[in-house]
Write a protein that binds this ligand. Structure first.
Ligand code: NAD
Length: 354
């Protein structure tokens, strides 16, 4: 497979590969669209088995960022960086400095932030070489780790979906969470405080044990989460959690979580809808984090301090958008993700015409 043949290639404006021999950096930065503004999206560090898998992820994730930023009503395009490597063993300050130089090579067409395997502490090193790095701590415009805002939006989105699908509050509802890292871990705590019962899994044993200790969650093996007796399935790990293999096993009436690219392919979204499951499109429900990052970019560009109220208003608007998407899905008898993609594309196309 080459770049232009990839099923994940969809008119991307640019895909950039960077290598730094001294630090071992191997990184791809995909810019899907800059129609609404400079592309923005997290940097993921993952031990991809092949360069092809990394390319596929960068293409899919950057396209999802275009949709996410568009539907969140922020003036940023879609982009994503992937660093090929194991974040638990291969991270060094020098590697992230080299990543910062790569970001700077794009002259502001791409703003980087955190994603899986990358934290604000890593990005500080990148920031030394590029001002186009956000989601940082320790300066007046800084917005910090976006994960708490993402988890807050996902929690509110789950509440909304449960109300629609089950006519209930979260108290006593069972939620199965796949992946209890930054977002999944915080989500588990919020759900626990709201009285939900939890079933959790993670490939990282320590993470899952800590969450179980704090929340009383039942722990299951990674492969068993799809068979969990739960009303809600919350994918909070990597992409593709809902597939032709896993969907028939799910008992949930709601699929709503923080992960990007939850549907293995668009067909599966139609199958989810046909089964009567309320699905919160991933790039809508998990938009809180990028809104927080956008708050930092906005503050930097205006040379102002970070304004949490601006972020709060945008997240509240995003929750209303999620409700609109679900209303339309019901009224038009069409899958929610198709409606959300249409809405996002319409905003991008309108900006392109201007
Ligand atoms: P993270 O790295 O902190 O957590 C991901 C967790 O998933 C890790 O603990 C990992 O061990 C686990 N995991 C990976 N594969 C798994 C599998 N097959 N089964 C079970 N567990 C598995 O990352 P995060 O920041 O919490 O992000 C989680 C997801 O949410 C990602 O898809 C990310 O792109 C998306 N997301 C995150 C943010 C954010 O603000 N952090 C914003 C939007 C979307």
């Amino acid at each position: 497979m080459t770049l232009f043949d990839s099923p994940a290639f969809e008119g991307h404006e640019g895909v950039h590969a960077f290598h730094d021999a001294a630090t071992g950096l191997k990184c791809l930065i995909a810019v899907h669209s800059t129609a609404l503004g400079p592309a923005a999206g997290g940097c993921r560090m993952w031990a991809y088995p092949t360069a092809e898998a990394a390319l596929e992820d960068a293409l899919r994730l950057s396209r999802a960022m275009s949709y996410k930023n568009a539907i969140a009503g922020i003036d940023l395009g879609g982009g994503k960086a992937v660093i090929i490597g194991d974040s638990r063993t291969q991270k060094t300050p020098a590697l992230f400095e080299a990543f910062g130089r790569a970001v700077e090579d794009l002259c502001g067409r791409y703003w980087a932030a955190e994603d899986v395997g990358v934290s604000p502490a890593d990005l500080i090193h990148a920031r030394r070489f590029s001002r186009h790095v956000a989601g940082l701590e320790g300066h007046p415009a800084a917005s910090g780790d976006p994960s708490p805002v993402t988890a807050d939006g996902v929690f509110r989105g789950i509440e909304l979906c449960v109300r629609r699908a089950l006519g209930r509050k979260l108290d006593g509802v069972t939620v199965a969470i796949q992946g209890v890292g930054h977002v999944g871990g915080l989500l588990a705590e919020r759900l626990h405080r709201a009285g939900a019962k939890l079933i959790v899994t993670d490939v990282h044993a320590q993470a899952v044990d800590e969450v179980a200790r704090r929340t009383g969650a039942k722990v299951v093996a990674p492969g068993a989460i799809f068979d969990a007796e739960a009303e809600v399935f919350a994918p909070c790990a990597l992409g593709g959690a809902v597939s032709a293999e896993t969907l028939p096993r799910l008992r949930a009436k709601v699929i709503a979580g923080g992960a990007n690219n939850q549907l293995a392919d668009p067909e599966i979204g139609r199958a989810v809808f046909a089964r009567g499951i309320v699905y919160a499109p991933d790039f809508v429900i998990n938009g809180g984090g990028i809104i927080n990052v956008a708050g930092e970019i906005r503050a930097l560009e205006r040379e102002e301090g970070f304004d949490p109220a601006w972020v709060g208003d945008k997240v509240a608007m995003l929750m209303r958008t999620l409700e609109q998407v679900l209303d339309r899905s019901q009224a038009e008898a069409r899958p929610a993700h198709e409606i959300a993609i249409e809405m996002a594309r319409a905003r991008i196309e309108a900006a392109r015409r201007v």
